[in-house]
Design a protein. Structure first.
Length: 47
C-alpha cells in the first residue's frame, strides 16, 4: 500500500458501509432572519 501511495478515501469507504453518517435538519422558514438562533440549532445537532 505504501509503495503504491494508497490513501484511504472517506467517500469510497462510505459507499461500502450501510451507515450514511448524514444528519438532515428541517428548519422552518422564518419571515425575519433568525440569525443566531439557527446557528445554535445547527451547533447543538453537531455535538
Amino acid at each position: 500500500m505504501q509503495e503504491l501511495g494508497y490513501r484511504p478515501n472517506a467517500i469510497a469507504r462510505s459507499l461500502a458501509s450501510p451507515r450514511t453518517r448524514i444528519l438532515a435538519l428541517h428548519l422552518p422558514e422564518f419571515a425575519v432572519s433568525a440569525g443566531e438562533t439557527v446557528f445554535e440549532i445547527v451547533r447543538g445537532a453537531y455535538k
